[in-house]
Structures are given as structure tokens and as C-alpha cells.
Design a binder for this molecule. Structure first.
Ligand code: NAI
Ligand code: COI
Length: 420
């Protein structure tokens, strides 16, 4: 029988976890999450690594613009990820228009072949959904994570021979400046993400898997995904699981109209990126949206959001996305109870609704508080309330020690990588 890829390869008494604060508000998110995680007495040894725009700048300062060693991921970080049981990563910045710049997370997804991007979207009972009728949403999206338009196979300017590659290119010859990004799918890539989605449905008692594609227009790539999906779906009929394929644009619409109809969605990289952000907005917004990049040998867990640069180092962001991401990581490590406690505690804090325990996004978007800016809790205040729910016997002085430790672990004035 094949191994469950959504769980760590080897169960241990203690785990080594690489944590990466990322960029901008990523540091605040990670610090908030660590306030909770450090208060839980988990069997985890933490190792810090850095990546993202901060590392790009450091490498440019060290090697000079244009040097091939400039990167968003230093070799030290790759070693730390490789030698850890799992990695917890906060949000990073991805700049367009910077020559030589490659997104750190895209590189890691490909380097470690993290082919599953697991993105759950679930309404928390005491937050609810902004949709009419407050639907109960509980879906899990399997986004293919290593192929498609994010493979970074791009051409600009176009070599002359590319105009001869396909008759469809003929009409672009007279258009002047032309750029091309290749959308590459493989049958192996399609089949493994589709099987992961069906296996998940089978192991969690879910009865429907939707495959969202545009095979009606993008015939070769999405056509391949649709064909393989329908073949694999037949194998799972015996388990009472129905495979439904639909156009991704229709999914975008149906998700708003009837989100409860979805249990498991499997889709390609770009559609998955977009549909998961949409699903997150139906269940609490990016402040509550977790994800995991998972492969056969390791996994990197990160919130779905970007680095919220406008609030960088101001401790305004909601720690929940980072904490629900930590929950996914704990479940990967087999520490399911600890993970569930985190989700329970977030919901309890929402339920209690005490002053200075909820961040701005919750007050503004879910509580209609006209004075949301003044009443908002900081990232650390909300994280502290969650930690106290999990462990009500925490004394003030222990909490202060934990907060100081989390702050030191996420010191953004110190970064590690590209050292001599
Ligand atoms: N996985 C990745 O590497 C991603 C990186 N990015 C990068 O992040 C940077 C910023 O991108 P944006 O488009 O501004 O997206 P963003 O996700 O950083 O922010 C969008 C909006 O979502 C809200 N938000 C996100 N996380 C939140 C949280 N934890 N608490 C409260 N509110 C939250 C904020 O209102 C923010 O204005 C860019 O450089 C972008 O390329 C963006 C998305 C994913
Ligand atoms: C900036 C990109 C890496 C975006 C993306 O792929 C993501 O949101 O996961």
C-alpha cells in the first residue's frame, strides 16, 4: 500500500522544524504564531532560516547586481529545510520587474517537488461567512503545485524560431513586442495530484471530488487533466465517491452561489491559486487562510496571503492564518490533538469577543465595528488571547518570557544566509 503523503515519513518523539519569518508582516505573523506554539510545550526543536526579498537584497549587496549567486533563497536555507522534518514559513514578498529575481516559494516547490498545495477553506462557527445565509463551508482544495504557468518557462523577447513553432503564432509576427509564458502539464503531474485528492476524500469520508479546468478551450493541457481525472474517478466509484468535472470559471461562480456543494476540489496551479483566494474570502479572508506545500519527502506550510507590506512590522495582521497553517503542520507531524486545540482556541477567542483580542480585519469585515481601527488588537494581543485559551494556567511572567523568546526568534534586523 502506498504511504499517506499528507503525513511525515517517519514518526518521532521529537521533531526538528525549520521556521522562516519571510518578509514584511511575515515576521509579525510568525512571532504571533510562536507566542502560541511556544506556550504549548510541543516536542519540537526550532531552527530559523530566512528567504524572500530580504535575502535577495542581502545577496545583491554582497555579490553585486547581476551576479548569478544573487537569489531569494540562500544555500543555508535549502540545507535547513532539507534536514528538518517540516518547515513553517510566513509570507514573503514577490517582486515583478526585477531582473534575475525568482520567487523563493516557487523555487522551493520545484526543488523539493512539493506537488500538492493543500488549501482548506472552512467557516469557523464564531466567525461565519460573509455570504448571505451564513453557509457552512468545509472544502479542501488540492492545487497542483509544480507545473502550469508558474513553471517560469518564459520568453521575452521571443527567439525567431518560436514564430515558426505553431501556425497560431503567425499572427503575432506583426505585433512587435511579444512575450510567451509556457503552460506545461505532464500526465504524471496530473495523475498524482488527482490521486492525492481522491485518497483524501476516501480517508476522510467525503463523497464528491470536483476537477476544475478549462478543457473546453485549453484542449491539450486541461484536456489532459480532465481525461486523467475521469479515468481515476472510475476507480473511486466503489468507495461511494463521485468525480465531477467542471469549467473553472463556472466554479468561481458556483463557489459564491452554492459553496456548500464543494467538498474536495482538484485543479491546476494557476486556477488553484485564484480559486483558493476566492474560497478564503468566503470563510474569513486571507487573515484565516492556511496552506501546505507537500511532497513525498518534506513539506513547507505557509499562509495563502502575501507579506502585507503596508503593515510591515506594525503588528496589525491577524495571526490566525499563520496559526491554522501551524495546525496543518502539526497534523502532518502526527500531532493532531495539538493542531485541533489551536483551531478550537481561535474560535473561542472569536466567541468571547473580549476587547483588544481581535485584529482589524475581523472587526472591520465581520463585526461591522465603525471604530475598528481604534478597537483592533495587535497580532501579539490576539495571539496571547489564543495562548491563554489553550493554557489558562499560564502566568503573566511565563507569558512575558514566551513573548520575549518569540520576539527574539523573529528579530527582523538579523537574517541568516549568504554568510561567509
Ligand atoms: N505565496 C506567496 O509567495 C505570495 C506572495 N505575495 C506577495 O506579497 C506581496 C503583497 O501582495 P498583496 O497582493 O498586497 O497581497 P497580501 O496577501 O499581502 O495582502 C492583500 C490584503 O489581504 C489582507 N491580509 C492578508 N493577510 C492578512 C492577515 N494575516 N491579516 C489581516 N489581513 C490580511 C490585507 O488587507 C492586505 O491588504 C507581493 O509582493 C506579492 O507578490 C502575494 C501572494 C502570495
Ligand atoms: C507569488 C506567488 C508565488 C503566488 C503563489 O503562487 C501563491 O499564492 O501561492
Amino acid at each position: 500500500m502506498s504511504r499517506n503523503v499528507l503525513k511525515v515519513k517517519e514518526r518521532k518523539d521529537r521533531y526538528k522544524v525549520c521556521y522562516m519569518p519571510g518578509d514584511d508582516s511575515g515576521f509579525d505573523m510568525m512571532e504571533g504564531a510562536l507566542v502560541v506554539l511556544l506556550s504549548m510545550d510541543l516536542p519540537i526543536d526550532w531552527v530559523r532560516a530566512d528567504l524572500g526579498w530580504c535575502m535577495w537584497e542581502k545577496s545583491v549587496n554582497k555579490f553585486g547586481q547581476g551576479d548569478p549567486r544573487c537569489n531569494t533563497v540562500p544555500p543555508e536555507t535549502i540545507d535547513k529545510i532539507r534536514s528538518s522534518d517540516a518547515t513553517l514559513m510566513a509570507a514573503i514578498t514577490s517582486k515583478s520587474g526585477v531582473k534575475g529575481f525568482k520567487s523563493a516559494i516557487l523555487q522551493m516547490r520545484q526543488l523539493f517537488d512539493l506537488y500538492i498545495n493543500l488549501r482548506p477553506a472552512k467557516t469557523l462557527p464564531d466567525l461565519g461567512s460573509p455570504l448571505k445565509g451564513d453557509p457552512k463551508i468545509d472544502l479542501v482544495l488540492f492545487r497542483e503545485n509544480t507545473e502550469d504557468l508558474y513553471s517560469a518557462v518564459e520568453f521575452h523577447p521571443l527567439p525567431e524560431e518560436m514564430f515558426n513553432l505553431h501556425k497560431g503564432m503567425e499572427r503575432f509576427r506583426k505585433m512587435g513586442d511579444v512575450a510567451v509564458s509556457w503552460r506545461v502539464f505532464s500526465s504524471v503531474g496530473c495523475e498524482r495530484i488527482i490521486r492525492a485528492a481522491f485518497e483524501y476524500a476516501k480517508s476522510t469520508g467525503r463523497t464528491k471530488v470536483h476537477c476544475c479546468n478549462k478543457a473546453n478551450v485549453i484542449r491539450e493541457t486541461d484536456g489532459m487533466m480532465k481525461r486523467i481525472f475521469l479515468e481515476v474517478a472510475k476507480e473511486y466509484e466503489q468507495y461511494g465517491i463521485t468525480g465531477i468535472e467542471e469549467n473553472a470559471d463556472a466554479t468561481a461562480m458556483w463557489l459564491i452561489k452554492n459553496p456548500q456543494d464543494y467538498q474536495v476540489i482538484v485543479t491546476s496551479n494557476v486556477f488553484g491559486d485564484i480559486l483558493s483566494d476566492e474560497a478564503s474570502q468566503l470563510t474569513g479572508g486571507l487573515g484565516f487562510a492556511p496552506s501546505g506545500n507537500i511532497g513525498e519527502n518534506t513539506a513547507i506550510f505557509e499562509p495563502c496571503s502575501g507579506s502585507v507590506p503596508k503593515y510591515a512590522h506594525q503588528y496589525r495582521v491577524n495571526p490566525s492564518a499563520m496559526l491554522l497553517t501551524s495546525k496543518m503542520m502539526l497534523e502532518y507531524l502526527g500531532l493532531d490533538q495539538a493542531g485541533q486545540k489551536i483551531e478550537w482556541a481561535i474560535n473561542e477567542v472569536l466567541k468571547e469577543n473580549r476587547p483588544k483580542t481581535l485584529t482589524y480585519d475581523i472587526l472591520r469585515d465581520f463585526r461591522n465595528d465603525p471604530d475598528w481601527e481604534r478597537n483592533a488588537a495587535s497580532t501579539i494581543e490576539m495571539a496571547t488571547a489564543i495562548a491563554q485559551k489553550i493554557n489558562p494556567s499560564l502566568t503573566d511572567s511565563t507569558l512575558e518570557d514566551i513573548k520575549a523568546k518569540a520576539r527574539e526568534m523573529c528579530d527582523w534586523t538579523k537574517t541568516f544566509g549568504f554568510e561567509d
